[in-house]
Design a protein around this ligand. Structure first.
Ligand code: SAH
Ligand code: SF4
Length: 366
């Protein structure tokens, strides 16, 4: 590569890997073996792959890398359901990846950028500003890290592994879901993110099927339209937080660039083209956007877009003084939405004690 670092295999789709193997003069079928070894078995000792030409194993070992990102710090929530990993990047920056367990499902919350340029006032990542995009390899590596943690956990507790009958290949708890809801705005880094979802979905590897990947955006309108035009098989979540342009622009500055009416048009286009409902996220802030009139405004706004509202009580961050809404306000909000036929959930709060909740991810620079 131009900067002297070896080519990361995690940057390649399976087709890219096939092309590389062919370019090196080997049969394309070998790419499938390498892919399975890497993603299904979580290994990169190429010389042990049965039937792989020795010269190919050598070239892979010498000219490529498939290393994951080093863990700088691990924090576990007191309830045991959430683990937060601080991962180191080659240029000394750091990102956070979160492993969450909800009733038997394991979800990885993955970052797409170092920092974020969108500046939402209540978000710790926004408060740290934007540093750079992550590469496809850096996004894939986060999911693989969580997968590796699960393999290790299964090895420690064989009884747990035995009880996992879901997959003949994996006698361990599997990674079931990916949410692109960590640090950064995924649609600001469209190409790298979408390529990463292709790698993660590949049925011969981590096999995270279409329903298992959810991308959350602050409302990057051209990105939403592109997702629809390309029919990207992922779920879409749109962070709304306010139901009028003026109110939204005050807490989500990027709303000045992509106003609410344009955003709603893009959402309508997406839902129509994909025949799929959209999740709308609403960070509930006491006195700011949790009043009955706010809920009525949401109900009216979403009348024409098939959607579901996910309410997330505000998690504390150092740069914002607002408080989370209490349960009564959250329930009242939900029942008003229900009156408009809008389903909603209140997100279970996870990992707050280790600052791994939504919008709490931030790390100091190098
Ligand atoms: N940039 C994308 C994805 C990352 S943020 C986006 O904004 O959608 C993931 C979710 O956490 C978003 O819905 C965001 O609005 C929400 N969030 C940000 N800060 C929060 C906070 N302090 N408390 C609760 N949710 C927050
Ligand atoms: Fe960026 Fe999302 Fe945080 Fe807004 S909420 S600053 S878009 S990461």
């Amino acid at each position: 590569m131009a900067d002297g670092s070896p080519l990361s295999l995690l940057d390649l789709t399976r087709d890219d890997l096939g092309a590389l193997v062919e370019q090196w003069g080997f049969k394309r079928v070998h790419a499938g073996k390498v892919w399975r070894h890497l993603y299904l078995h979580g290994r990169n000792d190429w010389e042990t792959i049965y039937g792989l030409p020795k010269e190919l194993a050598n070239r892979l070992a010498n000219e490529t890398s498939a290393e994951l990102l080093p863990v700088t710090r691990e924090t576990r929530s007191s309830d045991g359901f959430t683990r937060k990993y601080l991962l180191g990047l080659p240029d000394q920056h750091q990102i956070e990846t979160v492993l969450m367990r909800y009733s038997g499902r394991v979800t990885a919350c993955v970052s797409s950028q170092v920092g974020c340029a969108m500046g939402c006032v209540f978000c710790a990542t926004g408060q740290m500003g934007y540093t750079r995009h992550l590469t496809t390899a850096e996004i894939v590596a986060q999911a693989m890290h969580v997968d590796r943690v699960l393999r290790a956990t299964a090895a420690e507790a064989p009884a747990l592994a035995e009880s996992d009958h879901d997959s003949p290949h994996h006698r361990h708890e599997r990674l079931r879901n990916i949410v692109l809801m960590g640090m950064g705005e995924p649609l600001h880094n469209y190409d790298a993110v979408i390529k990463a979802t292709k790698v993660l979905r590949d049925p011969g590897g981590l096999a995270l099927g279409a329903k298992k990947i959810t991308l959350s955006t602050v409302g990057v309108v051209p990105g939403i339209i592109r997702l629809a035009d390309e029919r990207q098989p992922i779920y879409l979540a749109v962070s709304l937080h306010a139901a009028t342009q003026e109110h939204r622009a005050a807490i989500v500055p990027v709303a000045r660039k992509w106003p609410l009416d344009e955003l709603m048009r893009a959402c309508g286009y997406y839902a129509e083209k994909m025949q799929r409902r959209i999740f709308f996220e609403w960070t509930l802030i006491e006195g700011e956007n949790d009043r009955p009139e706010d809920a009525h405004a949401v109900g009216r706004l979403l009348q024409t877009v098939p959607g579901q509202v996910n309410l997330i009580p505000l998690n504390p961050t150092s740069g914002y003084e607002g408080l989370p809404s209490d349960q009564t306000a959250a329930r009242r909000f939900q029942s008003i939405l229900a009156g408009y036929g809008l389903p909603s959930t209140v997100r279970q709060r996870r990992g707050i004690d280790i600052a791994a909740g939504c919008g709490q991810l931030a790390v100091a620079g190098p």
